[in-house]
Write a protein that binds this ligand. Structure first.
Ligand SMILES: [Zn+2]
Length: 323
């Protein structure tokens, strides 16, 4: 390990080997180990900063994969949140309205979890931000689901006592799905088909062959059945009680008379093109206390959640106003 050293002995004129005492030997060994250690640490730092080992490369890939997974999770949570908002909206403005219950206040719906920092154990990581944010989103959705579930419990309790009311509320589509080609126009602002002026459309239009059967959407009494002077053509209005009325316009034929009591699903007339109309279609309105409301939430007896979503999606597509 160490070089053998010699010195010149002038008295004997010979080279003699240098003998180190034990203490000096230990000192030299320690110095050697110290320098070797420092050099190893230095090389290690150099390598880890400028060169990637397979192990390090794998760890880096795992880290990127984890971040990508968190991003995907956040996208999915955003979809869940959107679906939840739709359920909350239907709960507040349809189910609870039917039973004359106040909507659940937003302070209750959005109340957070109490207590001190719930996410303390997620702090001090390189990706703490995204981990804490994701956990917060999951907690918020969980909390809102608990509130929603309780609200449904209340609604179910009311529903048990309100069978009559449920029979009267408009709850089906007024034209059989096999008969109508499409929903050509929805409730809301759009161009008038006759003069292209921005106009409010107060109902939904179902296009289909002339003569297709038109059904009453809830139990009620016929309050009007005849030709309208206001562009509706042959029109039927049904009073369902509980503040609800429905209107069926541009009919080819009217099969009921004022005062007649009818049950949900009975045929009341035939689809047509009478009055201010550009083609065969049924203009259908739902009114609450004589104020037109969006009928889109009143088909809950015969459409699935998917079909409802498709209808909502169609709202953003091209509309064909027929009035
Ligand atoms: Zn219309």
């Amino acid at each position: 390990m160490f070089k053998v050293k010699y010195y010149f002995d002038e008295s004997t004129l010979t080279f003699k080997r240098v003998r180190l005492v034990k203490k000096q030997k230990i000192k030299r060994i320690i110095s050697f180990l110290f320098i070797t250690g420092i050099t190893a640490i230095f090389i290690n730092i150099l390598l880890s900063n400028y060169y990637t080992t397979p192990k390090l490369s794998k760890l880096t890939n795992n880290r990127y994969e984890l971040i990508t997974k968190y991003d995907l999770l956040q996208d999915k949570l955003s979809d869940v949140n959107t679906a939840l908002k739709e359920i909350q909206h239907r709960d507040d403005y349809l189910y609870r309205t039917i039973f004359e219950l106040e909507p659940v206040s937003s302070s209750i719906r959005l109340a957070g979890f109490g207590g001190s920092n719930r996410y303390i154990e997620l702090e001090d990581f390189e990706n703490s931000g995204i981990m804490i944010e994701t956990s917060k989103q999951i907690d918020a959705i969980t909390n809102q689901l608990v509130v929603q579930s309780k609200s449904f419990d209340v609604v179910i309790e009311y529903a048990k006592n309100k069978e009559l009311m449920l029979a009267c509320i408009p709850a089906i589509q007024p034209v059989a799905i096999k008969d109508f080609d499409r929903i050509s126009d929805y409730f809301g602002q759009r161009s008038d088909p006759f003069n292209n002026q921005p106009t409010m459309h107060y109902g939904m239009d179902f296009t289909g062959p002339e003569g297709s059967e038109v059904f009453v959407t809830g139990d009620g009494v016929v309050v009007e059945a005849g030709h309208s002077l206001f562009g509706y053509g042959n029109r039927i209005t049904i009073d369902h009680g509980f503040g609800y009325k429905t209107v069926y316009a541009h009919l080819q034929e009217i099969d009921v008379v004022p005062g007649q009591k009818i049950k949900r699903g009975e045929v009341i007339g035939k689809l047509g093109n009478t009055g201010r109309s550009t083609g065969n279609h049924l203009h259908y309105e739902v009114r609450m206390y004589d104020k037109p409301i969006d009928p889109i939430n009143y088909y809950f007896n015969d459409i699935t959640a998917d079909e409802y979503d498709q209808m909502i999606l169609a709202l953003s597509k091209r509309r064909i106003p027929m009035d």
